[in-house]
Design a protein around this ligand. Sequence first.
Ligand code: NI
Length: 164
Amino acid sequence: MALRNIIYIEDPLLRKQSRKVEKFDAKLHKLLDDMAETMKEANGVGLAAPQVAVLRQVVVMDCGTGLIEMINPEILSTEGEQTGPEGCLSVPGRRGEVTRPMKVRVRFQDRYGEWQEMECEELLARCVMHETDHLKGRLYVDIMNQEIFDDDIDGEDDEEDAEE
Ligand code: NI
């Protein structure tokens, strides 16, 4: 495994649509392994391939329940609403208040190309929406309600460090 360089908000690659993965080969597995290591090193809860300059529909996440890999993810349905702080490893030093669905049903392929479905809630639902946005060239700053500044201390630190 190797660390990959994370690219930042100014980089036009982050604004491009990622292409579907067609080959579930050793190169994909290396990308997934490198992305998981890069996310962990950066203390992130999610990372999308375009953030490491690879325009493919590949996402890794770990919202505290273990590593989840999603390839070619498709949102099937969403339910409810949650509003909370969000950050992004490609937007360092900033956070914003973002409204997302409370529940998300997502279909995706695993690293072997097998289709899976998952029902996600709360932080994981937020993370899935954030990462699938990356695959479409969208960043949370495009849809945030407002920027959160460091002096907005409200005593709720749980989610505030969640960088995706
Ligand atoms: Ni992000």
